[in-house]
Design a protein around this ligand. Structure first.
Ligand SMILES: [Zn+2]
Length: 340
């Protein structure tokens, strides 16, 4: 009896020594879900409407050069789209940007059947791009049309959005480049507002200014001056590189928020050999499959860790006594162990 008690005490002592003291007094195995991906302070979305040629001529290369994403809302029935159909459907999205649905023609809808075509056919074209996974969530932007041109009710629209797995994006009000916001400082002030509040902000653009060598006969609408466009992208990239902003496409943002808001994290094992976490959420895993960022305290001696979830495995360096990694909410546990 006595010997067993002593060995138990020794085991507890050994465990405490082996785990060591963690940063900020947190016990090893203390885990939290980051409010935004990569534990950024805020999220920021860039959106471009109407499939103007300047999107792939100017915007996409500028975004790719800065390893930045954006959502491009296309109208596959419009002339300037049809002329460059191959660019949109085979090339644009391979640069890390995402396409969204803005109806086939941008001319409005006559009735329910016509709306089902305008929305559903555009959704079908978008679904074939990117990961190509179907069904999956796709971003929806309501086109601005003239009086009498949108002839279905709000309920009918919601029925069609549900049918085609579309998620409504935030409103244009107050966020339109050129229309509401003209100066670099005004646009970057939105990013700083999001950082200060820990929330999300966004910009909605139409055309981007093209050089004389790119004036191919299709006029861009509300063209964003290149000088200002590049300065805004550089300002956003600086904030991202400081760990302040997660620059996301609309659906990734929507998935992260939806999953995070019902997610639960629990530590099921924490000893000198490994930490095991369970990460779950209430969202439907068919549509909500975006990884969440997890931050977990590890023992002081664990400089490099191996993080394993099912078949996914990665090496992560610890920083200030914590490791940060992405994991999928679901039934598969996450194991963290020191990497030799
Ligand atoms: Zn539009």
């Amino acid at each position: 009896m006595k010997a067993r008690r002593i060995s138990k005490t020794l085991a507890a002592l050994f465990a405490a020594l082996a785990l060591g003291s963690a940063a900020r007094g947190d016990q090893p195995g203390t885990a939290r879900i980051a409010h935004w991906k990569d534990d950024s302070k805020a999220a920021f979305l860039l959106m471009f409407d109407d499939s103007w040629p300047s999107h792939w001529q100017v915007a996409v290369p500028a975004l790719a050069a800065r390893k930045m994403t954006a959502t491009f809302y296309i109208n596959p029935g419009k002339g300037e789209y049809l002329k460059f159909k191959g660019k949109w459907e085979k090339e644009v999205w391979t640069n890390g940007v995402v396409l969204g649905v803005h109806t086939m023609t941008h001319q409005g809808v006559k009735d329910f059947a016509n709306a089902d075509y305008e929305i559903g056919e555009c959704a079908r074209i978008v679904a074939a791009t990117g990961s190509g996974k179907t069904p999956r969530l796709i971003s929806w932007a309501m086109p601005g049309v003239g009086p009498g041109k949108w002839n279905i009710s709000a309920e009918d629209l919601q029925t069609l959005l549900n049918k085609h797995h579309l998620i409504d994006r935030p409103t244009f009000n107050g966020h339109g480049v050129v229309y509401h916001l003209q100066k670099t400082e005004q646009m970057l002030a939105l990013a700083d507002k999001a950082i200060a509040s820990g929330g999300m902000e966004y910009l909605i653009a139409h055309g981007v200014e093209r050089g004389p060598d790119m004036n191919w006969g299709y006029q861009d609408f509300w063209a964003w001056k290149q000088e200002i466009f590049f300065a805004v992208l550089d300002g956003l990239a600086q904030r991202r590189d400081r760990g302040e902003l997660w620059i996301a496409d609309h659906i990734s943002y929507h998935q992260y928020v939806t999953e995070r808001d019902t997610a639960k994290i629990a530590t099921t094992q924490a000893d000198a050999r490994r930490i095991v976490l369970s990460l779950t959420c209430a969202a439907d895993p068919v549509f909500y499959d975006h990884p969440l960022t997890v931050v977990c305290t590890v023992p002081a001696g664990w400089r490099t860790c191996r993080v394993t979830q099912g078949r996914a495995s990665s090496r992560v360096e610890s920083k200030n006594g914590t490791v940060m990694f992405d994991a999928l909410p679901g039934p598969t546990p996450i194991a963290i162990s020191p990497s030799l």
